[in-house]
Write a protein of this length. Structure first.
Length: 74
């Protein structure tokens, strides 16, 4: 396993712990971790400080349906 994949795996696990161990979100946690690691690497290469990870729940108004491309097949 390369260093990038190991870092993504560790970060996905941290996200999983923060999300109260929800097993049905594994792909989302992995993709979020991958995005965060890639953003941090890009920021480090450019000399910029990486931005704080966005909490997806803060971007959507309560009661709003957010389509899940893996579940919503209409």
């Amino acid at each position: 396993m390369d260093d990038r994949q190991a870092r993504i795996r560790r970060r996905a696990y941290e996200i999983w712990e923060q999300e109260s161990w929800r097993g049905d979100m594994a792909l989302d946690h992995w993709l979020r971790a991958e995005r965060e690691i890639d953003e941090a690497d890009a920021a480090a290469m450019s000399g910029n400080k990486p931005s704080e990870p966005a909490d997806e729940a803060d971007k959507v108004a309560p009661g709003t349906h957010v389509p899940n491309p893996y579940l919503d097949r209409r």
